[in-house]
Ligand binder design. Structure first.
Ligand code: C2E
Ligand code: CA
Ligand code: CA
Length: 381
């Protein structure tokens, strides 16, 4: 599909009967064929790499099914060629079941919507529509800023924000999460280096010791070049590996021996590992016996209900107890009130993150926040 491109990116609409270019279909051999739209259609380009990547990652049954379908389509094309010469545009009409079977089912609508978002993500990467915000992480005992978490933002063409949960999930279903994540990792490290080198903060212990937390999806974590790219970016922005904390969800930890090895290598390389959304992943805890991690983030679903629901309180207390036994640091997220802050501090949780301290901030606002925080600490000392 390399030659097929619309003026503004990768998305075109065809009217009934319009023919679009050469399509390399399913097999890796050169196999150009011309297609005709038999109804008004929206066409989204998916690169060859992404296409094969997805097929290779799919369930073996799906792979087999695709292979059978490819063979079947090639067979029909051959027969059609024999009967009607090489006029491949007519082939589509040779599939009357095609129109019948593609009804407006909910499943189809949902995949169509996902493809549209996917196509928009693709454009957003090209048009630089992503940005990052940072939310501070506070030491509950001292009130000092220990670091901040990078959170990606996407303002679409009409200027409204698309929630990360929505587009991250769709990007994760495709290999788009890889370029999106590398973009956000680079932006975050570049911004982090700007904070570390601000003259106002020079020789300030609090700033020197800060870390940055990066959310890493399973697919990116398992990506073959991840460690190399991450190390190169740290070098580029002069950031010590020990200042970079990778937030991974329990799903990653449950995979297989391969993830244990990757985590070991990352830790040997000096990076810190944190388990995100701890307790929500329906996991068994056995992975904790084979993997060493530096910190665990108590999910906000437990923190927020800690006063109303005794079970949540028990879970929080037990996570803190478990982490003490395992010698792992704890971060409570979703701290919105002083009451939450006091309770978590008294229960021995080390760090806190939440709207009580600050919402996620742009780089500029984060710098202002750190400045006024340090000025206040100096006044209080
Ligand atoms: P997360 O990693 O659990 O991030 C915490 C989310 O909770 C953020 O939502 C943050 O804005 C929100 N939050 C923080 N404190 C409070 C609070 O006190 N109260 C409430 N109600 N919410 C709070 P956000 O920014 O919408 O991000 C949602 C999720 O999207 C993140 O959840 C993370 O899983 C994912 N995400 C965000 N940025 C990235 C990224 O760069 N890469 C990847 N792979 N995932 C990302
Ligand atoms: Ca996180
Ligand atoms: Ca969370």
């Amino acid at each position: 599909m390399d030659d097929f491109e619309s003026d503004d990116g990768n998305y075109v609409e065809l009217e009934t009967g319009e023919i679009f270019g050469d399509v390399l279909l399913l097999t890796k051999q050169k196999n150009p064929m011309t297609c005709i739209a038999i109804e008004d259609s929206e066409v989204v380009m998916i690169s060859k790499e992404q296409f094969y990547d997805r097929i290779e990652r799919s369930d073996s049954f799906i792979q087999l099914l695709i292979e059978l379908l490819t063979k079947r389509i090639s067979y029909f094309i051959d027969i059609h060629k024999e009967k009607h010469g090489d006029n491949l545009a007519k082939v589509a009409k040779g599939f009357p079941w095609y129109r019948k079977n593609i009804g407006e089912t909910a499943r189809l609508e949902s995949s169509r919507m996902k493809l549209k978002v996917e196509s928009d993500i693709y454009k957003a990467i090209e048009k630089d529509l992503f940005s990052c915000e940072y939310q501070v992480i506070i030491c509950l005992k001292t009130g000092k800023i220990k670091g901040f978490e990078s959170l990606i933002r996407w303002e679409n063409i009409v200027g409204s924000r698309v929630p990360p949960e929505v587009f991250i999930e769709i990007a994760e279903e495709t290999s788009l999460i890889v370029p999106v994540s590398y973009w956000s990792i680079e932006k975050s490290l570049s911004d982090f280096s700007k904070i570390l080198t601000m003259t106002e903060f020079s020789a300030n212990n609090e700033v020197e010791n800060m870390f940055i937390s990066l959310n890493i999806s399973a697919q990116v974590f398992g990506h073959k070049d991840f460690l190399t790219k991450l190390s190169m970016l740290c070098e580029k922005y002069n950031i010590d590996h020990s200042k970079v904390k990778l937030e991974l969800t329990e799903r990653v930890f449950m995979e297989d021996q391969k993830s244990v090895d990757i985590i070991d290598t990352l830790r040997e390389g000096g990076f810190k590992i944190s388990i995100d959304d701890f307790g929500t992943g329906f996991s068994c805890l056995s992975y904790l016996t084979s993997i060493d991690v530096d910190s665990i983030k108590i999910d906000m679903c437990f923190v927020r209900k800690v006063f109303e629901n005794n079970k949540c309180l028990s879970i929080v207390k037990n996570i803190l107890h478990l982490c003490r036994e395992l010698n792992v640091e704890t971060i409570a997220e979703g701290i919105e009130t002083e009451r939450h802050h006091e309770l978590l501090k008294n229960l021995g949780c080390e760090y806190g993150q939440g709207y009580l301290y600050s919402k996620p901030l742009s780089l500029h606002n984060l710098q202002e926040y750190i400045k006024s925080h340090i000025a206040e600490s100096k006044k209080a000392a």
